[in-house]
Every structure is written in structure tokens, then in C-alpha cells.
Design a protein around this ligand. Sequence first.
Ligand code: FES
Ligand code: MG
Length: 575
Amino acid sequence: MSTTNRPLRSGEWFGAEGRNGFIHRSWMRNQGFADDVFDGRPVIGIATTWSELTPCNAHLRDLAESVKRGVWESGGLPLEFPAMSLGEPLMRPTTMLYRNLLAMELEESVRANPLDGVVLLSGCDKTTPGLLMGAASVDLPTLMLTGGPMLNGKFRGQDIGSGTVVWRFTEEMRAGRMTAADCSEAEVGMSRSRGHCMTMGTASTMACVTEALGVQLPGAAAVPAVDSRRYALAHAAGRRIVAMVEQDQRLSSVLTRQAFENAVRVNAAIGGSTNAVVHLLAIAGRLGVPLSLEDFDTLTADVPMLVNLMPSGTYLMEDFAYAGGLPVVMKELAPLLHMDHITVSGRSVAENVDGAQCWNRDVIGTMDEPFQPAGSGTVVLRGSLAPSGAVLKVSAASTHLLTHTGPALVFDRIEEYVVAADDPDLDVTPDTVIVVRNAGPRGYPGFPEVGNVPMPRRLLADGITDMVRISDARMSGTGYGTCILHVAPEASVGGPLALVRTGDLVAVDVSTRRLDLLVDDAELAQRRTTWQPPKPVTDRGWVRLYSEHVLQADSGADLDFLVGGSGSAVPRHSH
Ligand code: FES
Ligand code: MG
């Protein structure tokens, strides 16, 4: 039985006298609850992004049962409820169009219901930040549990990683080195268990970042979805959320500036996805925690990459889990982290990782012998082509392209480029800089993962596997290549990207963090006089709301009116 003496939020519903109390309790009793579940005990919402349309999250209702076990055992009342599910493999035009809708839905569902604490069950890429953003705007005691990665993909005796192998094998097929039958065999081997992508793509990145923020229990990021230890973590999460309610440990007390600094550094150490930049900025925005695009560069300048996982390295999440997972990384990074930060475990980071041991140094390196040196994570570029910034994941790029000047080959629509890329006569050399625009938050709309545009077939045939590609889009966390992403302001709002013409010289210099369009100002001013913003794709519904209010990439691409929070109070009754 719960020991809290504080009147709980849920008591305003279930403890009410008269008509309202009758209504609140009576209908709930149709689920067969015993009389004493309405005795003032903590009511714990379990928000699940379960969906059969989101294969990465299809096991979350099973995981919820284990959370419930812990909640009941600790004297709470667990109530599972759905939150909009966002699955990368199927949703069009991009799940990112809906991340803020999930956040808004979760925020309103939590606030409107008699909940004292929330457990968030996520997995696929956007479900993690979407839930966290919404929960942050309500600020109840909140604990997240990600669903865990799939087991390592297998293909003809090799380990293959979700996403990464798709990009590689489809390029091999276009180059004529693999057949459709080969790829079909890889298809089934890649996804052979429940769970999210097992590369260090966005889902695994966000799982690790969430653990680094201190909002999921230590070790929870890496344990495979099908490993019974994940269900034990769910059981523990159920116990812990009840204690968090008793201690009134709210999300805002966990998600401090210190937490974000830890997460930004951990993201660099794991070779995390560029998408973490956008999501962390958006989550911080919900809490009023100051976090800027530059923080992702300056805070990580001395952070080596410790984790050797695809797409930047060799191994996969299953190996990472067996090597000791994120606690090993955080213990190794101790000199660079806020180790006294208090997490949802009720303990500090230092206490959480105290017993961590590494069981495979090929998978997790040390500060003295890292997998890659400091500065190989995400860098922030600025210059005349990206006044509000752009990002590049150095570990996924080619060293010889980190300083490069070349002529632009410009496409207004990704679809036009995809057709051109297959043209054997495309006017392109290895020095060409591919520019694809109108693929930003407002332009697509929805900020899709098309920034790692395919290599031109003509160059692939010559054995050229990388070139500079620039866009206002994002890139899948499993993608790779010298892809400069998130250019802000985006072309569709009139950023300089809108003014580039084929043949203009573009200069990239990662050492000075510059991205410049080598065209003089007078010429650009002249071009601007004829620029027209693209027409909106629709005048109704969510897409209209999104397009009218979405912020640029450097602000996390949240909606302007969703920044900040409204707390958990609801002053008026429903009946
Ligand atoms: Fe869902 Fe990768 S597609 S996690
Ligand atoms: Mg992804």
C-alpha cells in the first residue's frame, strides 16, 4: 500500500463526493476493480504507443503488463492508455510530420485524466521524443521505458543492421552487384525478432539519450526487446513510478540543464543520430531549459566516440547490451558528465553506474582507447548558406570531403533528384555538391529523412561511394555519407538555400565549421527579388496547423504554440 500523505491529483476524481465521484468511480468499476482501488492510492498511467502498424512497438502491450505488476505490487493503480503511434517503416510522408501531434495528444490525455504519474512506453524513432515532449508540458512524475532493440540481423553468416544495410544493399543492387533475390533473403534476416532498429539509428540513439537524461532506468536502453531482462526492467519501472509519485519527483526535476548536457555528450560518445539534435532541442523547449544548436558542438568537442556500432562502426545493439550497455559508457565518460544528477531511479548517475563493467572492449572503448577520437560526432556548420546552422555527422562522412569546394547541382524536389540519380548521363563528377531543397519542416512538409539522397548511378558505376550532399531535410539515424542536413532557415521560408543555382560554388570546411555559398551579395539580392514561396500543400487539418506553426530545425521543429508547458491543473469539471 502506498504511504504518501499528500493528497494526490487523482483524488480530485476518485475521492470526490456526490455526483462527480459516482460518475468517476462507477464506470471504472465495469473493469472489475476491487472496492479499495479508489482509496487514494497513486494512479499510474501507462502510455503505450503500441500498434501493429508500428512493428517496432508491437510488443509494448506485453511490456505494459510487466509495468502493471510493479505498480500493483507497490500499492498503485495502473491504467494503460494509447498514444498515437508513429512507425517509420510505413507512415507517409514522414513520421516527423506527426511527432508534435503525438506530443500534443499525449499532453492532453495525461492532463485530462486522473493520473498521478506516467510511464511512457516508446520504441520507434519519433515515439520517444513525442511522448517526452508531451509529458514535459504536463510535468507529472514520469518514467520512460523504451521497448528495446531487435536481435542482431543475420544474412549469410554476417550480422546486418536495420536501415544501414537497406541503404547499402539497395546501392549494391543499383550498381548490379546484388540481385533482388539476394535482397529478399536479407529482408527477412534483418528483422527477426520484436523490437526497434538494432543499429545506432534514431530509436537506439533516443533510447540511450533517454537513459542519459535520467528518465529511464539504468541499462534500459540496450537490453533486447525479447530478453527477459527487459521485462524485469518493466517490473522495476512499475515499482519505481509509484515511489516517484510518493516523492513527488516530477519530470522537470529530472530534465534539468545538467541532464541535457549529459545527454548531448552521451550522444557524441555513442555516435548517435543527428535526429537527437532536433528532438533534444524540442524537449528542452517544453521545459524552458536553455539548449542551443551550438551546445551540440561545444559540449562535445572533448568527447571521443566510445561505441563501435553501425552505421559508424561494426557492431549492433545486442552486442552493446552484452558488453554492458550505456552504464559502461557513462562510467567511462564520468569526468565529462554531471555524475551527481538525480535520475528516475532515485539515485545519482554515479550510483547508477557504479557497478558497471565492460565485457567487450571491441564494442565499448575507453577514454584512452576510444573507437574514434573526439570531434567525430555531430558538428554544427554555419555560413552564408546556413545562417541559422546545419549539421553533419562526421563519423558517417568521408574524411576527404570534410574540406571541399564544388559546383552545386540543384534540385527543388527530392523526387526530381531521385529520377536524375539514375540517369547514366547525369552531368555530375565526384566534386559536384548535390543540393536538394524544399524538404525542411515547412517545405515538405514534415522534415523527412531524405537528406542522405542516393548516390548518382553514374558515380557508383565508377566505384565512387560518397559525395557532398546538402539539404534542409533530415537523415535516417541509420544513414551515412557526407550529408549536410537541417540547413536553416529552410528553402521554403526563403533561406539562402532557396537561392542556390546549379553551377554556383559551395564551400564546406568542417575544421572552421563553415558552409558558404560563394556567390556575391548583390547577385543573391537580385535572385531574391524573383523568389516565390511555394504554395501550401493543403488548407485544412493537421498539416495546415503544422505548416503554419512549425519552427525551424535549429529550434527543434516544435510548433510555436507548443513550446513551454501548461502544467497538470484542470480547474473545471466534466459534468
Ligand atoms: Fe522503427 Fe527503426 S523503423 S525503430
Ligand atoms: Mg530511423
